[in-house]
Design a protein around this ligand. Structure first.
Ligand code: NDP
Ligand code: A1CAB
Length: 271
């Protein structure tokens, strides 16, 4: 892999910003000294400073020397941040926004119409190189799109989508990791009810979930094909599955994803 040669500023180093930084280092996309991390309370970044990351509370200072600027604050924190960096942005800088519900055009409205903006929607598995990242833009240059895809491919799978689907991607992939984690947690709680200690129930549920995901990835099959192989006639799997469905299992996942998508589209206030 050809490492990135320039410098990266991650503005808003909270959960996803730090996960991204760690993932990029783990994948050898960049060295810690090439990545500046900002937040207002920088004492929370002491451990990362010790690992060699540049840590700062001064967004403008790090943007003034960055080739790639990653916007990773909450939607309601974005406008104030953009006001801070507006005076120092340079031509040829690439802005990557992971902020939910904010369009490329919204960011250009604040930073100027010539600014190159690409949105990326990763999930927290980016820290271990297993993100599902959706990438979208409206008018960024092809070479910038290629660099962003290359960056996120080092830390997981990437799908390029139309920008109008970014809130849907937020719900399915970024929020989605929490939905699957909750399903694993629930399975482990079921495991405790039927006789296992909590730690062994969780280990069993985690490996079973991993096996299910890997089956689909490696066999390129449909979930129902794999389910059909498990459900013996008159057996215990179909009994359990149908009981879950009677209680709204699929329906609740679908409804939750629809609500998350609607909410993701309404997190940002332009003014
Ligand atoms: N968490 C996730 O899984 C994902 C989140 N996202 C998106 O990423 C964004 C961040 O989410 P998340 O990481 O969960 O949120 P966090 O609250 O964990 O992170 C946001 C960070 O921004 C910092 N911050 C706030 N204002 C400023 C500022 N003016 N300058 C510099 N830093 C600032 C905060 O620290 P301090 O208060 O110290 O300044 C905080 O650490 C959101 O827009 C979210 O929609 C996208 C994909 C996945
Ligand atoms: O919960 C949130 O709003 C953010 C966006 C996607 C994941 N976390």
């Amino acid at each position: 892999m050809n490492p990135f040669k320039g410098s990266i500023a991650i503005l808003g180093s909270g959960n996803i910003g730090i996960s991204l930084a760690k993932g990029l280092i783990k994948a050898n996309y960049a060295l810690p000294g090439q990545i500046s991390l900002t937040r207002r309370n920088i004492t929370n970044l002491n451990a990362l400073a010790e690992q060699g990351f540049v840590v700062s509370a001064d967004n403008a200072a790090v943007v003034s020397i960055a080739d790639i600027v990653v916007l990773a604050v909450l939607p309601q924190q974005l406008n104030q941040l953009l006001e801070q960096i507006l005076p120092v942005i340079k031509p040829n800088q690439l802005f990557i926004s992971v902020v939910s519900g904010v369009s490329c055009a919204d960011i250009r409205t604040k930073l100027g119409e010539t600014v190159q903006v690409i949105r990326a929607m990763p999930n927290t598995a980016i820290a271990i190189g297993q993100s599902m990242t959706c990438v979208a833009t409206d008018q960024a240059d092809p070479e910038n799109i290629q660099e962003v895809i290359r960056m996120f491919e080092t830390v997981g799978a990437v799908v390029k989508i139309n920008e109008d689907l970014m809130t849907s991607a937020t719900a399915l992939c970024a929020c989605g990791i929490a939905f699957f984690l909750r399903a694993i947690r629930a399975a482990s709680q079921g495991g405790v009810e039927i006789g296992f200690h909590a730690d062994e129930a969780l280990k069993m549920a985690v490996q079973t979930a991993k096996g299910a995901a890997d089956l689909l990835l490696q066999m390129q099959s449909h979930p129902e094909q794999e389910i059909d192989k498990v459900t013996s006639p008159k057996g215990c799997t179909i009994a359990g599955l149908n009981e879950m469905e009677h209680n709204g299992f699929s329906s609740s996942l679908i409804k939750g994803i629809k609500l998350s998508a609607a909410k993701a589209g309404a997190l940002y206030t332009k003014e």
